[in-house]
Design a protein. Structure first.
Length: 116
């Protein structure tokens, strides 16, 4: 989800990135610091880089095929997040394994010293 004080557009190209937004709504929010109410725009957003495609589409092509591009970008980012999460889990297991290996080495060393 993306939030903005400015009105959000369904398709926005910034440099080599294209932002696709759905379910754009204006909502009233209360500032936690001041307690004041203000208007904000909220939307579901996915982004893709133009170089991730074989052929760079025009903004008109993206707008005409919005659901196709949105679905593709959503699936791509979800897969990337899943892979990232799995890598983090593997790294955590590896770190835990090394900690256990260090613990075993320390216990072995203490045991060897106590037998001397």
């Amino acid at each position: 989800m993306v939030k903005s004080a400015k009105e959000l557009q369904p398709v926005l190209k910034l440099g080599d990135k294209v932002y696709l937004r759905k379910n754009i709504n204006q909502v009233e929010v209360t500032d936690e610091m001041t307690g004041e109410n203000r208007q904000e725009w909220h939307a579901d957003e996915y982004m893709f880089k133009l170089d991730e495609l074989r052929k760079e589409p025009t903004i008109q092509e993206i707008e005409n095929n919005f659901e196709l591009y949105y679905g593709w970008a959503k699936e791509k980012r979800e897969k990337e997040n899943e892979i990232k999460q799995k890598k983090q889990e593997v790294e955590k297991l590896i770190d835990e394994h090394y900690d256990l290996a260090d613990l075993k080495e320390t216990v072995d060393m203490l045991l060897a010293q106590s037998l001397m």
